[in-house]
Design a protein around this ligand. Structure first.
Ligand SMILES: [Ca+2]
Ligand SMILES: [Ca+2]
Length: 127
């Protein structure tokens, strides 16, 4: 990324850095940028958002920033792409993954336990 595009991104990051959680930062960004509320940030929304924050930006830098943020090049910045661009980890992904897998394991344990006659036999299967 060019220096200009990096500067714009750094200023956007700084603008939301007062939010406590990463999720709030992303929601804050969507409030600024996602003007039509479809959950995606288009190039025009990105340009308008940067303007509305009073960040001076050249067209080339904006195009480069869009290129950088729109990882799959579909013309829109999704929330996941936003997390990546802001160097944030999508917490909900990891969180859901963990809770789902624990549930899954518990379910498996319950189902499995019925099949075996004693705990020793069951533990042998598990480990
Ligand atoms: Ca939008
Ligand atoms: Ca995209």
């Amino acid at each position: 990324m060019s220096h200009g595009a990096e500067q714009i991104l750094a200023k956007v990051k700084k603008y939301v850095s007062h939010y406590k959680s990463q999720q709030e930062q992303i929601i804050g960004l969507l409030r600024i940028f996602d003007l039509d509320n479809d959950g995606l940030i288009s190039y025009l929304e990105l340009v308008d958002g940067v303007k509305s924050l009073g960040i001076p930006a050249k067209k080339n830098d904006m195009l480069e920033l869009m290129e950088h943020m729109d990882k799959d090049k579909d013309g829109f910045i999704t929330q996941i792409e936003l997390y990546k661009a802001m160097d944030l980890k999508p917490m909900h992904e990891g969180y859901q993954g963990t809770s789902v897998s624990i549930d899954h394991v518990l379910q498996k344990l319950k189902k499995g336990a019925e099949k075996y006659h004693n705990i020793g036999e069951y533990v042998n299967v598990l480990f």
